[in-house]
Design a protein around this ligand. Structure first.
Ligand code: PCA
Length: 211
């Protein structure tokens, strides 16, 4: 069983991105002998999808868990869906600032995550980690990469279970933010994400069978 975990580089004036730290830490862990690798994606339109797809084609993982910073969120949030729209609130790190543009012109309006989002949330909360299903990943890079990867998997009919999980800010990222800004320690994030990955690994065959 092979697993690819992605995170993002920092953006929006932040010095760190918790998703990259979590991806790197998780890839070093042992998940029942699964071989895990991680990739830190640029916050750059299309280049991010290209790099993720390239890694998928090279590694042919059974499971792809994409992580991103969801600043302002209180919980780990597995995303149910990715929309075919780029509507960036701020430019990406490469200066792109699309407004209401499709990611894949003519592509389906949305792709559902193929991760077991409900089981993931159940296991995360049972382990004492705040988590909830999210019904929108926004319209920035996280939604962009999620849609791009799910679209590639659908088009190529790959037997890969894939989806996106947003994580809150780390406590140290909130120092210069309003008093009520939520955050989560890396330790707690990892505890929850381990449960999420275990839930995804429990998805019955042939969903996880090699293509
Ligand atoms: N979060 C952003 C993009 C990169 C990241 O970590 C988002 O939620 O779209």
């Amino acid at each position: 069983m092979r697993m690819l975990i992605t995170g993002f580089e920092p953006f929006g004036g932040e010095r760190v991105n918790p998703s990259a730290l979590a991806a790197a830490a998780l890839a070093r862990e042992d998940f029942d002998g699964a071989v895990a690798s991680f990739l830190v994606l640029p916050v750059a339109r299309y280049r991010s999808i290209d790099l993720a797809v390239e890694a998928i084609e090279r590694q042919r993982p059974d499971l792809v868990v994409m992580l991103g910073e969801g600043g302002g969120r209180t919980r780990l949030t597995p995303e149910r869906v990715a929309l075919n729209i780029d509507d960036f609130r701020i430019p990406d790190n490469a200066g792109h600032h699309p407004v209401e543009e499709p990611i894949v012109p003519g592509g389906p309006a949305a792709h559902f995550s193929t991760l077991p989002v409900r089981d993931m949330v159940r296991r995360m909360t049972a382990a004492g980690v705040p988590a909830a299903i999210s019904n929108t990943a926004g319209t920035y890079l996280c939604n962009h990469v999620s849609y791009g990867v799910l679209h590639h998997i659908a088009l190529r009919r790959l037997h890969i279970c894939a989806g996106f999980v947003h994580v809150p800010y780390l406590p140290e990222q909130t120092i210069d933010k309003p008093l009520t800004t939520p955050s989560m320690s890396l330790e707690l994030m990892l505890r929850g994400l381990r449960q999420g990955i275990a839930a995804a690994m429990a998805v019955p065959q042939p969903a996880l069978a090699r293509a």
